[in-house]
Ligand binder design. Sequence first.
Ligand code: FAD
Length: 464
Amino acid sequence: MPKKDSYDLIVVGAGPGGASAAIIAAKAGLDVLLVERATVPGEKNMSGSVLFRELTESIFPGFQAASIHDTASSFASLAIKWSIDNDEKEYGVHAGVGSAVMDHQIIVDRSVADAWCAQEAVNAGAEPLYATRVDDVIWEKPIPGGMPRVIGIVTDKGERIYGKAVADASGLHSNLARKTGLVRYPKDKFQFAVKMIFELPADEIRRRFGFWTGASGLPTYDWGLTPVYFGSNPDFYAAHCNAIPDENVIEVVLYSNLTEMIEADTNIWQRMQWFLETQKHWLEGAKPIHVNFHALNTFDIVGYQFESSYLPGYVLIGDAGGFANPVESWGANVAQYQGRLFAELVAEMKENNDWSEAAFARYEEGWKNSFVGDDDISPMCYMFRDGTFKQLWLSLDEAVSAAVALKFTNHPYCEILPAFGPPFAPFMAKAVGLVSPLAPLVKGAEHGLAKLKDITNIVQKIKD
Ligand SMILES: Cc1cc2nc3c(=O)[nH]c(=O)nc-3n(C[C@H](O)[C@H](O)[C@H](O)COP(=O)(O)OP(=O)(O)OC[C@H]3O[C@@H](n4cnc5c(N)ncnc54)[C@H](O)[C@@H]3O)c2cc1C
């Protein structure tokens, strides 16, 4: 039972977004209720996730030094491969062995990290209400011509709890987001993930993966030693295999877009069987001990899907609004960022005693004017959405095939280089708008230039 019947801020869901909102609001002296359906936050999460080190530390000071990382491991380099139509070639980006490009991330077991972060929010003064599912919102009596206002929540036990502001951080497919009518998820928006955990003795894992002590002081290996795949048949799948020696586990994850799986007449478990075949070398003798299925936001082929991210009294945070980063689907950082942003705004609303629609609208302005909004309209996303990105890889694949064939049939480079032209024609056609309109790219570029204006002003001032 909650201690009070009314709060400044009710946070629904104690994942990364909810815990961030709760801790920042509690530290600002607000009355905060943190409601979570699990008995312990993180209880139902799949293990293993990458958090953004600096952002997490700035919201939860002491995070990096916390004992939850005692058995953690880390990545050094990065190798991402894009595989096309399951043929024999892979293309990708590889940061060299032993590099430190991955240092700004920290690998956590989400079932442990979520509990730790939520406890920090509670230590800061947020009131926990766990093992409680929020089933509905309470609406204010409609004011003619006004936007409907949310003034509280209804729990699965029938409790009616009032709040000046409700942060819906209840994750993908939020029942509240559907009830408030703000989000409609099309099937293009979903990826399914399957994660398998294998057990193997720590020494054998260290030997196979070649661990050393990295810059972070943690056992480290090169991510990309094992294949880190992205691919396009079906589109937008991703797969990787990670090792955590001090927990005696190797985890294998595969994500695949729902629409693409339907079109390719395959399913996530078939895809996983294929991926496991490619991982035999790492998994030999390892015992499967856990399997978990989960949905997550897809790499974005449809864009954010909401009518509005707020109503007076209510906002969508993180996965509840379908907000994972549209370019590569990292989502915890987006949820954390939005959680903090909203908590800071609620603190201002209380200070100014201004709970107007305009005050809540500042939340949407805030995230739109950050990396969360910028990435949704970046040219990269338009390239995903109209197929240009896929065409780029297909063109590259064809060009490389042609060039290699010419090389090994003794053709000179003056004949090999022009062979790159024709395969890139469909890509160029898409990119310059002969097939698809250029407008979205221009829109993205304009937005980028507008963002750069501040920087150019600063440079100008320095010059002056
Ligand atoms: C396999 C997999 C791997 C991923 N890897 C990464 C990664 O490495 N890095 C990354 O940044 N992102 C990753 N993501 C995405 C990331 O997990 C999400 O974007 C992130 O968890 C979103 O945070 P959130 O706070 O919005 O929601 P969630 O983390 O989903 O938290 C929602 C919380 O609300 C609770 N809840 C739900 N409904 C209710 C209700 N009605 N009442 C009360 N409580 C409720 C849930 O129990 C949960 O605790 C991954 C996702 C998956 C599935």
